[in-house]
Design a protein around this ligand. Structure first.
Ligand SMILES: Nc1nc2c(ncn2[C@@H]2O[C@H](COP(=O)(O)OP(=O)(O)OP(=O)(O)O)[C@@H](O)[C@H]2O)c(=O)[nH]1
Ligand SMILES: [Mg+2]
Length: 312
């Protein structure tokens, strides 16, 4: 029996549903989700093992969720696009995801250009089909997309409602070459828990704040100590201005308390033990334009500088 495996990059405009798809396919919350564009800032691995079954190909799919494709002049925007390009490098298949309810625009076209570059096979995923009142609207859409590129497959899905995902997985496995199991069967991501905790805190900031605040925020976990009964976490929420700090703290510290309580509950679900979470808010003027600060946010970078054995 042959074993198919490979790296599969999820690519597309901000808000198309890439992270929702990653979580739905892996069956675990690996990436944070929000209705605000540019939620994901780094590439996120999700590993799916397909066991051998009658009439089905077995294999391992290494999915890579990426930041939304966009043009931006800031250091953060450039770093996000560098993450996209790194994910594309050496992948065996690209899943270009579009929002079936939105008009094709320049970000989608930019995504398609990137997808075409390396000559890698591309599947086009028409996402959010649950929002289409009449499924017959899909046919003209598919015809329209067929004229843009020789897509290997065009698959309508709803990442949110988990529609079309089994068919998609089967098509993906079939399209991958024979190859090794890249990751042990029990591993579902390469992200260390401490960075997933930072992301969960950021997700609650995204949910609770509006306008420019969510985009101006980054979260760094400064302490992550795992005891037998308790995980102690201290994290800093960075923003760019005093006014944003005031919003994040809220009246009498109420906003920070709300963010902290809801983030703690989510982190407890993830680590399956009690969590003591301390949050601080700091102003780092114009950090999104600081190449150095943006580089320091990279968890792969941070891991190198954390003393002692690698964290889980
Ligand atoms: N109705 C519907 N909404 C969806 C679907 N997939 C994703 N969404 C919603 O679309 C929004 C964006 O989803 P994300 O998964 O964060 O999108 P993304 O492509 O990862 O966005 P960025 O990380 O910003 O690039 C969220 O509000 C999701 O709930 C879908 O199939 N149907
Ligand atoms: Mg995302």
């Amino acid at each position: 029996m042959s074993f198919h495996s490979g790296f599969v990059c999820i690519l597309g405009r901000p808000n198309a549903g890439k992270s929702t798809l990653l979580n739905a396919l892996v069956g675990e919350k690996l990436a944070i989700i929000s209705p605000k564009p540019q939620t994901t800032r780094n590439r996120i691995l999700g590993i799916i093992n397909i066991p051998p079954q009658k009439g089905r190909e077995a294999g391992q799919i290494v999915l890579i969720d990426t930041p939304g494709v966009h043009r931006s002049g800031s250091s953060l925007g450039r770093k996000m696009m560098a993450e996209v390009r790194e994910a594309l490098e050496g992948c065996e298949l690209i899943l270009l995801i579009v929002d079936a309810k939105r008009k094709w625009d320049s970000d989608d076209a930019f995504g398609l250009d990137l997808a075409k570059k390396g000559g890698t096979p591309v599947f086009l995923l028409l996402n959010k089909i649950d929002l289409l009142a009449d499924k017959r609207d899909l046919l003209p859409l598919i015809a329209q997309f067929q004229s843009l590129h020789d897509f290997k497959e065009i698959v309508p899905i709803s990442a949110l409602k988990k529609k079309g995902l089994d068919e998609l997985l089967q098509c993906v496995v079939k399209a991958l070459p024979n190859g090794p199991r890249y990751f042990p069967e029990d591993q579902i991501t390469d992200q260390p828990v401490r960075f997933m905790a930072a992301e969960l805190i950021r997700e609650h900031v995204l949910m609770q704040t509006h306008e420019e605040v969510p985009h101006a925020v980054s979260v760094v976990v400064e302490q992550f100590e795992e005891g037998p009964k308790l995980v102690r976490i201290a994290a800093v929420i960075y923003c760019e201005r005093d006014g944003q700090k005031a919003i994040l703290l809220g009246k009498g510290g109420q906003m920070l308390k709300k963010i902290g309580t809801s983030a703690r509950l989510d982190i407890e679900k993830m680590v399956r033990t009690k969590v003591f979470l301390e949050l601080f808010v700091k102003v780092q003027p114009g950090w999104r334009d600081s190449r150095q600060f943006v580089e320091e946010l990279d968890w792969r970078r941070q891991l190198e500088s954390i003393a002692g054995p690698p964290q889980k």
